[in-house]
Design a protein around this ligand. Structure first.
Ligand code: PMP
Length: 369
């Protein structure tokens, strides 16, 4: 049979799907622009690399990759349980928290039920919901923040899952403890709240609610990741933390070997490297202060962030600014896809990277070339 493409071959919900656009890779940028040095401040990765302890553990484990990984992630879950003072059964691990978003939707959202989240939040909630043919309802952000009061008004008998990114990507804002608690009060029983805490390590405010404090009382699932502060984006490891009964069903929908052998070894060691986390936090908070100052000097407004990135209003078409920065060897993320046409999101880098970015941004915005 000759292959003959017909759109009818494709499931209806996939036909008009907009795919996730990942941060542009360094190597690709070097090739395209003939550049020797390119810095990437586009995917909220750790600019310090990975914990040396994790790297050593990965190298040590590498010889064993002829075997399948431990499907139960026994040692890693046990370690996580001791870190969080919970039990191993409270954890479901995934190939990045991206996969856990899929697992959560597959496990809990039936046909006809819907997912509630916000506009201008992590796009994967919407994309993965669509792939699973589930309806997504959104509320607008208010002052770049999740508007939980508005979201609560949108809950109907069909709403099954609520995704709250706390802090939110791409805005860097957070919902406070009182705001979250007000939202949780009186929710329908047949509803699960997912708190996505991908950036929890960078928090520098006192009224941030730690999701794990709520999992015993609420139908609440916390998502965390080793991709950001732990510097293990390339390994792919995310964690869902929740009530054991919910976790047991998520265990049934995940792939059996979704957490690879190197990820298990690396994460286990990374959890012991407190010094690396401490340095990462320090460099991030210092870099944030530096970037704020530079934006103020340039007369640019930005959204105060509790994460490792900042959303900044560059006052002109963000695609153009993105492209001009690329030519100068700096990759950021333009916010066109989020409908924030004049904004870019920049990940806080090392001091050297931050200076390079500031210099390049000044050139792009203010210098006649
Ligand atoms: N949630 C949020 C809010 C994110 O920003 C990201 C990464 N961009 C993720 C989840 C996914 O992280 P990972 O799959 O690498 O764990």
């Amino acid at each position: 049979m000759m292959a003959k493409f017909e759109i009818s071959l494709i499931r209806k919900n996939i036909r008009r799907l907009s795919p996730y656009i990942a941060g542009k890779p360094i190597e690709e940028t070097k090739r395209e622009f003939g550049l020797k040095e390119v810095i990437k401040l586009a995917s909220n990765e750790n600019p310090l690399g990975a914990s040396p302890k994790a790297v050593a553990a990965i190298k040590k484990a590498a010889g064993g990759v002829n075997r399948y990984p431990d499907s139960s992630s026994f040692y890693l879950k046990r370690k996580l349980a001791s870190v969080f003072k919970l039990e191993p059964e409270n954890f479901v691990l995934g190939n990045g928290s991206d996969e856990l978003i899929d697992v959560v939707i597959k496990t809990f959202v039936s046909e006809g039920e819907s997912i509630l989240t916000s506009e201008q939040t992590f796009l994967e909630y919407r994309i993965i919901a669509k792939v699973n043919n589930r309806k997504v309802i959104t509320a607008a952000l208010k002052d770049f923040k999740f508007d939980l009061a508005e979201m609560k008004k949108k809950i109907t008998s069909r709403t099954k899952l609520v995704f709250i990114a706390n802090p939110n990507n791409p805005t860097g804002t957070y919902v406070s403890k009182p705001e979250l608690e007000r939202f949780l009060k009186g929710l329908p029983e047949n509803l699960i709240v997912v708190l996505d805490e991908a950036y929890d390590t960078f928090i520098d405010v006192k009224d941030y609610p730690r999701g794990v404090d709520y999992i015993k009382k609420e139908n609440l699932i916390v998502l965390q990741t080793f991709s950001k502060a732990y510097g293990l984006s390339g390994l792919r490891l995310g964690t869902a933390i929740c009530d054991k009964k919910l976790a047991a069903f998520m265990e049934k929908t995940r792939q059996p070997f979704n957490v690879n052998l190197l990820a298990q070894a690396g994460a286990l060691a990374a959890l012991d490297d407190k010094q690396f986390l401490k340095n990462t936090r320090k460099v991030t908070l210092q870099g944030k202060a530096l970037l704020y100052r530079a934006f103020r000097e340039m007369g640019l407004s930005y959204v105060p962030s509790v994460a490792n990135f900042i959303l900044v209003d560059v006052g002109k078409d963000c695609r153009e600014v993105f492209r001009e920065l690329l030519k100068l060897g700096v990759i950021v993320r333009d916010m066109k896809q989020y409908g924030l046409d004049n904004f870019v999101r920049v990940t806080i880098g090392t001091p050297r990277e931050n200076f390079k970015f500031i210099k390049a941004l000044k050139t792009v915005l203010f210098k006649k070339r």
